[in-house]
Design a protein around this ligand. Structure first.
Ligand code: PLP
Length: 385
């Protein structure tokens, strides 16, 4: 029997993978066998880590590890059910109070990831009769959340207020509610959203605003509350973020008014129909928020590292898209050139990956800095560049 000649409903996978390869879009995983830090063992080799979202170095911090162990000892490994049934722990409440305090909001709700927080929030607050205007460079979960909501979703050009204004003038009146969505710090380019102007436009056109602070939380603001806090934005808005980047744990959140959070508890499908965050992740996140609020030194160190890399790159004549955050994206050419550069860096013991379509419109090397990088480590990166 020649089984190989029998066609199956899954044969298209070969063709699908082949076309991914042809476009140089193919990706695969690299295995890490060390604790999160500035040095990582990647596929068996020690490398300097310039690709992690662990901005404050907290993912390897002993205090978070101890908190995760203590929470596991007290509650067990799983939270055993959805939050509305058996999975609502006192620890979750403690974390939500800590997030609301960090963000200066009335309330907060913890999801199993930032991705799920955005899907759940967006699809709960707008529907078919509504409009979403989103920055073209928004994170995948804001775009998927818009699709899931059934609202009419229109992108405005990246950080372009003129375009946003035109789209509001053109479309706003045709819809019931309108939601403007934006990353605060754009995850691939590292530049910032013009939040004060967006808030003004939202007020003028009667729109809600959802800001994704995934890369802002812990990094901006006196107490690490994020870019909205650093800018002193007072108007009501919906803040979303993750516990998995500067906070070094896992999970996501929405922070806002008490009635928004109450509504989400009743309407956000990605919160209602999934198991509560694990005790370990919850405990670690509580410990992280305490450190983020009380150790501004970490943020200062991080920003010093950004300044040092900026100066070094400028001396080398290398351009970056922005130096507004610890995400520094260097555009070096087409996909193949960028991949080759990333491989050369890799050969030199530097982990700084090429980010390419479809994640971003054009290929670039994306460097992320940590508070715990030393001056010598930054010098090594600059030398290799
Ligand atoms: C990483 C990221 C998310 C997703 O957060 P997870 O907790 O990793 O699911 C959402 N939005 C932005 C902008 C991100 O960079």
């Amino acid at each position: 029997m020649k089984t190989e000649s029998i066609s199956t409903p899954y044969d298209w996978l070969d063709r699908g993978l082949a076309s991914i390869h042809r476009a140089n879009w193919y990706r695969s995983t690299q295995t890490i066998t060390s604790k999160a830090g500035t040095v990582a063992k990647v596929d068996g080799r020690e490398m300097l880590m310039f690709a992690s979202n662990n901005y404050l170095g907290l993912a390897g911090d002993q205090r978070l590890i101890d908190a995760a162990i203590a929470a596991t000892e007290k509650y067990g490994t799983g939270s055993t059910g959805s939050r509305l049934v058996t999975g609502h722990l006192a620890l979750h409440e403690e974390l939500e109070i800590a997030i609301a305090d960090l963000k200066n909001t009335e309330a907060a709700l913890v999801f199993s990831s930032g991705y799920l927080a955005n899907l759940g929030a967006i699809s709960a607050i707008v529907g078919q009769r509504d409009l979403i205007l989103g920055d073209a460079y928004n994170h995948s979960c804001l775009k998927k959340g818009a699709l899931m909501s059934g609202a009419t979703a229109i992108d405005y050009q990246h950080v372009n207020l003129t375009d946003l204004t035109e789209k509001l003038q053109q479309h706003r009146a045709n819809y019931r509610r309108c939601l403007i969505t934006t990353d605060s710090v754009f995850s691939m380019d590292g530049d910032l959203a013009p939040l004060p102007a967006i808030m003004d436009l939202a007020a003028e056109y009667d729109c809600m605003v959802l800001v994704d602070e995934a890369h802002g939380t812990g990094v901006f603001g006196d107490r690490g509350g994020g870019l909205t806090n650093a800018l002193g934005i007072q108007q009501e808005l919906i803040q979303v973020g993750t516990l998995s980047k500067a906070l070094g744990s896992l999970g996501g959140y929405v922070a806002g008014s008490a009635k928004l959070i109450d509504y989400l508890r009743n309407r956000a499908a990605t919160w209602i129909y999934t198991t509560g965050l694990s005790p370990a992740d919850t405990g670690a996140a509580i410990a992280a928020i305490e450190i983020v609020k009380t150790e501004p030194m970490r943020r200062q160190q991080l920003w010093q590292n950004v300044a040092m890399l900026k100066q070094g790159l400028q001396e080398l004549g290398i351009n970056a898209i922005a130096f507004d955050s610890p995400i520094i994206a260097i555009a070096v050419g087409d996909i193949l050139t960028t991949l080759q550069m990333s491989e050369r860096l890799r050969d030199n013991g530097i982990f700084a990956p090429a980010i390419r379509p479809p994640t971003v419109p054009t290929a670039r090397i994306r460097i992320t800095l940590m508070a715990t990088h030393t001056a010598e480590q930054l010098q090594k990166l600059l030398q290799c560049l």
